[in-house]
Design a protein around this ligand. Structure first.
Ligand code: FUC
Length: 812
């Protein structure tokens, strides 16, 4: 048992550690020390600090006498396959529903859908699916540590921190002259949770520890180890539920470890390390031996070996990108910085928030596992809000907006795998509900490949969820240019297209081909002369934009792969028959085929601007009229909304090249919030731990915010690199490195007084990159030599691995 102390660390290891420390100290000047800091224990979960290694995680509250640490595993999902979802009766009503829509009787069509055109069974059980086949993502458990102190005088100093550079959290305080220190991390190298407890006086570490869970847990002690195990409901009270096992042990130096009942108790130790190893059998049929093995491996290491292996592994991803918007304040508590940001506009705080999004991405998901859900990896309930699932009408996709541009491309894999895994079930749904070819996923899914329409058509009718996911599949290619990968996903894209090609109908007014029935996510309208809210419609603008994008991407893929086939031929024929985007008489982009009046003009979803972001069908450069209509639409929608809605609007305004307005939305996303009751149109903002508040906590807004900041700094969706397309006045000087662009390159830039002075390009592929000459610049120079400019763009041919440093020249 050699985990314990630095004092036992061999000389060689010390040398390795010193080299690592020196490496950290000599990092480039753009990189910064990024610390979140708090001067009191967390009073609520939304103040605790999230740690994770993409599979498992924990959120310690830093309590002084009693510490509560919520534990997580991303595969803690109840439910199982729901065969009842494929409702065989629905298709019998499809012709009538379509007839009603074609004759403008949407309300009646909707009534029929409510009754018949929905999944069979319970569906998501309206977000209470924990004990239904749909299931729910759930917390793993609660770890409580009751500390014992020689004296219980008041505490003279207290701080909790989270280092974003190292993914290590700490708690430190002084009680009666003794400084107690705790260090926590979710090891990226050894796949265990680690907590080290020390004090600056010998024999001062004493505590009791236990594990629990609100339901479905058996806790026991064996050979001074604590175990918790159980099985979640498969939705049928059957044998197919996910099983989990958690093992906790304490390695200590100098203390006395005993167990009584289900509690481990350590007395008078010099220091202790709590090791938690945990797994479920969702993706690992040998989860019991995995738990044991991981624990044995971790125990064979010195604590510092564990810690630095973890840091090293985490940094490999985190250090790829840096953003410097000014001097980082690592002293002021983060909750105070959040409050102050509304008045001091500290640019460095925005940079911290940006990197926190990357931190959450690296710690919340890993390559071969489930994608980040509505909670990411972190939940403190058994029934999480909305089942903590994958909503496909914005939320899951938003989680993945930053992944490519923020240089974490490999973390896209879980999303790609999830999408691919939906195909067989999506084919059955296409057949059963529509008698159509290809595959379709509606508004929500789970690890059990749920693809049917939701149980309520007002939100469950959207059938472009799978096609929207296909946009992410394509974007991964756009950034990596990986042809083998493109070949592998080509059938997924064409399968999604086949569904629309075989199920769209012709609307009577213009003869356009449209989806029917469908809805514009969660927004309702009034039919002329009626005051009834209607959701069900034909060909909402978002559907058209998603389908057009899917079709266009398939044609590009087919060209690259040399794959003309029946689907591509049909796509070519169909594209001109899709509805165009329409501008309403008062200048807005129309959300529906008709210029209906919205029930809620400030609705949180802005689905019809999908074409502006994440797609590139609306742009101030190529489609100025549509961009103007989008601007009017956004002004009418207003700047409020749920957390994710504000985050989306940051991206919209960045795409409209309005940096100050994007910034205003970023500020509203960062509005300090408390409370965790579900609110659909107010209370959006940010909790003290910088988690996004829908409310309640929903992680999509964090990732949408991070992506939005990236959009303000760099864009590449129109075939060229546009640097600082939406720089707010407040970010006068700054620099970044390592952001990625489509075509396959990493870009860095430095700017002063809002003007780019230097930039760097590093090619990840052999390609020619088109760089937009920054506004007001007169030349771009490489080694003092001017590069040739064509219509405001500099074409730069590069070989894979090549790096370029360029200077931007302005009139004297
Ligand atoms: C969609 C949104 C809600 C919420 C939920 C998880 O239904 O309309 O605002 O984000 O997903």
């Amino acid at each position: 048992m050699n985990i314990i102390a630095l004092k036992k660390t061999p000389f060689l290891l010390l040398i390795v550690l010193s080299v690592l420390l020196i490496q950290c100290a000599t990092r480039d000047t753009i990189s910064q020390k990024l610390v979140m800091r708090y001067n009191a224990p967390a009073a609520v979960w939304e103040e605790t600090l999230p740690l994770g290694n993409g599979r498992i995680g924990m959120m310690p509250d830093g309590g002084i006498d009693i510490e509560h640490i919520v534990l997580n595993d991303i595969t803690m999902w109840s439910g199982s396959k729901d065969n009842e979802a494929f409702n065989p009766d629905a298709i019998n009503y499809l012709p009538e529903i379509r007839e009603l829509l074609l004759s403008g009787r949407n309300l009646e069509a909707q009534e029929l859908m409510y009754r018949h055109f929905r999944c069979g069974g319970q569906g998501s059980a309206f977000g209470n699916g924990k004990d239904a086949p749909y299931g729910s993502f759930q917390m793993l458990g609660d770890l409580h540590i009751n500390y014992r102190y020689p004296q219980t005088d008041s505490v003279s100093f207290y701080e909790r921190t989270l280092s974003l550079n190292n993914a290590v959290a700490t708690t430190q305080f002084n009680r009666n002259g003794i400084t107690y220190s705790r260090e926590y991390f979710a090891s990226h190298a050894h796949d265990v949770l680690v907590i080290r407890l020390t004090a600056d006086q010998k024999k001062s570490v004493s505590f009791e520890v236990n594990l629990s869970r609100p339901e479905r847990a058996t806790v026991f002690v064996k050979e001074n180890r604590l175990y918790m195990e159980g099985q979640l409901n498969d939705g049928y009270n059957g044998e197919n539920g996910i099983r989990y096992l958690t093992q906790l042990e304490i390695v200590n130096s100098g203390g006395n470890l005993v167990s009584s009942g289900n509690t481990l108790s350590l007395s008078d130790a010099d220091e202790a390390v709590i090791l938690i190893s945990t797994a479920t059998d969702m993706l690992d049929k040998n989860h019991i031996s995995t738990v044991e093995q991981l624990s044995v491996q971790a125990k064979s290491k010195y604590y510092d070996q564990l810690k630095y292996a973890h840091i090293d592994s985490y940094k490999e991803k985190f250090d790829r990108v840096a953003l410097n918007l000014g001097k980082q304040d690592n002293i002021t508590p983060t909750d105070e910085r959040l409050i102050r940001f509304q008045s001091d506009d500290d640019p460095a705080f925005a940079a911290l928030y940006f990197q926190y999004g990357r931190y959450l991405m690296i710690c919340g998901a890993r390559e071969s596992n489930l994608p980040l859900n509505l909670q990411g990896l972190w939940a403190n309930q058994v029934q999480t809000p909305w089942n903590g699932d994958y909503h496909l009408n914005i939320n899951l996709q938003m989680n993945y907006w930053p992944v490519e541009v923020c240089n974490l491309s490999e973390l896209n894999k879980p999303l790609i795998d999830l999408t691919t895994s939906l195909v067989p079930s999506g084919e059955k749904t296409a057949q059963t509900f529509y008698g159509a070819e290809g595959w379709v996923a509606h508004m929500m899914t789970n690890p059990w490949q749920f693809t049917a329409p939701g149980e309520h058509a007002s939100w469950g009718a959207t059938n472009t969820g799978g096609a929207w996911l296909c946009q992410h599949l394509w974007e991964h290619y756009a950034f990596t240019q990986d042809r083998t990968y493109l070949e592998s996903i080509y059938p997924v894209l064409t399968g999604a297209a086949d569904f629309f090609l075989s199920s769209m109908i012709r609307e009577p007014k213009h003869g356009w081909l449209v989806t029917a029935p469908s809805s514009s996510p969660e927004n309702a309208f009034y039919l002329p002369g009626s005051k009834d809210a209607v959701y069900v419609c034909m060909g909402p603008t978002m559907d058209v934009q998603i389908i057009k994008e899917l079709f266009t991407n398939i044609l590009s893929a087919a060209e690259i792969l040399g794959m003309e086939d029946e689907t591509t031929a049909k796509i070519r024929e169909t594209i001109p028959q899709l509805p165009p985007m329409q501008i309403s008489p008062d200048g807005h982009l129309q959300e529906w085929l008709e210029d209906y009046e919205e029930v809620d003009p400030q609705h949180r979803h802005v689905s019809h601007l999908y074409g502006l972001h994440p797609s590139n069908q609306i742009s101030p450069v190529t489609t100025p009229d549509l961009a103007e209509a989008a601007r009017k639409t956004l002004n009418r929608r207003g700047d409020a909304g749920t957390g994710w809605s504000r985050a989306w609007k940051v991206n919209f305004w960045a795409r409209l090249h309005d940096g100050n307005r994007a910034y205003k939305l970023l500020k509203s996303l960062l509005e300090p919030t408390s409370g965790n009751e579900v609110k659909m149109s107010s209370g959006g903002g940010t909790y003290p731990n910088l988690f996004c508040a829908h409310p309640p906590f929903q992680i999509d807004g964090n990732f949408g915010g991070t992506a939005g900041i990236a959009e303000m700094l760099i864009q590449s969706q129109d075939g060229y690199i546009h640097l600082l397309p939406a720089l707010p006045a407040r970010w006068t000087n700054g620099s970044f490195k390592g952001l990625c662009v489509r075509g396959g390159a990493e870009v860095g830039a430095t700017w002063k007084d809002g003007k780019i002075t230097k930039l760097t390009l590093e090619a990840k592929t052999n390609n020619t990159f088109r760089l937009k000459v920054p506004d007001h610049a007169i030349a771009i120079k490489k080694n003092g030599k001017e590069l040739s400019v064509e219509n405001g763009f500099v074409p730069i041919g590069m070989k894979i691995g090549e790096k370029l440093d360029l200077d931007v020249i302005y009139p004297a």
